[in-house]
Write a protein that binds this ligand. Structure first.
Ligand SMILES: Nc1ncnc2c1ncn2[C@@H]1O[C@H](COP(=O)(O)OP(=O)(O)OP(=O)(O)O)[C@@H](O)[C@H]1O
Ligand SMILES: [Mg+2]
Length: 254
């Protein structure tokens, strides 16, 4: 059974950054191959991983609405197309969901997609899903279970309350979430005592487990600016070290 780790959180709080660091971590731990799913319609995880995207699942879905090539069933066509959309790299494969359906959903295509995703998922010990704040793709992918939802927040009490609201929004999606953890990102170092207290109080009140705090990191900013892959970062970077320690704690063993 694959372990599904998904991201949630307000825009710009670090979902894609933490996804990339997590894929880096899983590769180092040999928990591979990882299936990385970019479920943000404005896909950009590939940039942090240093890979190019050719076709997205959204484009595959469009093609499914058109005529099948002769001699192929829809299942076979879908399977072939999803494999074309799968970007295979060392230690991980990346699948980009792309744009969601426009008006007039072609539900059969979504069903085929869900079936194919199910089939594909079985090949991976860990699946990492980077989301946009809305998380509509989660239901489309037919993910019934999420083993760990990482909810990201900026370092403020209001930010944490927002994280709590976002995590509550996952309930109507009908996905069974086994564990949720809050990761406070871009925390000032050292964290001012008042802020630390406020964060602790809010975390307790919200009932979210605090996975940890990742410091604001000039190295991460530079890595993004220079266009270098986040897979090249190692634990000599303090924010990476902290993120890896958090993953050690929150990723369910087995
Ligand atoms: N710990 C950090 N230190 C410094 N900069 C960071 C840190 N984490 C994220 N950033 C920067 O903040 C910006 C937003 O991060 P990121 O893209 O990961 O957020 P997101 O939650 O995926 O955003 P979106 O909702 O748009 O998908 C990026 O430019 C990223 O480099
Ligand atoms: Mg993102």
């Amino acid at each position: 059974m694959s372990k599904v780790i998904a991201m949630a959180g307000k825009g710009g709080t670090g979902k894609t950054t933490i996804s990339a660091l997590l894929i880096n971590y899983l590769r180092k731990k040999g928990m591979t191959p990882v299936l990385a799913v970019d479920a943000d319609s404005n896909a950009n995880l590939n940039e942090l991983l240093g890979v190019e995207v050719e076709i997205t699942i959204g484009q595959v879905r469009k093609e499914l609405k058109e005529d099948m090539p002769p001699g192929m069933t829809r299942d076979q066509f879908m399977e072939m197309k999803v494999h074309q959309a799968l970007i295979e790299e060392t230690g991980f494969d990346l699948l980009v969901m792309g744009q969601p359906d426009g008006p007039g959903c072609y539900c059969a295509a979504n069903q085929y997609l869900a079936m194919t995703m199910d089939h594909l998922a079985g090949n991976y010990p860990v699946i990492v899903v980077d989301n946009e704040a809305g998380m509509e793709h989660l239901s489309r992918m037919n993910l019934r279970d999420i083993d760990l939802l990482i909810v990201t927040s900026d370092p403020s009490a209001r930010g944490i309350m927002t994280a709590k609201r976002i995590s509550d929004l996952t309930a109507p999606l009908g996905v069974n979430i086994k564990k949720q953890c809050l990761v406070v990102n871009r925390a000032p170092e050292p964290t001012p005592e008042e802020l630390r207290k406020k964060i602790d109080e809010t975390v307790t009140a919200s009932g979210l487990d605090l996975g940890g705090m990742i410091p604001a990191s000039p190295e991460l900013v530079n890595q993004e600016l220079s266009g270098e892959s986040y897979l090249k970062l190692d634990e000599s970077v303090p924010a990476v070290k902290t993120a890896f320690e958090i993953f050690d704690r929150i990723i369910p063993a087995d």
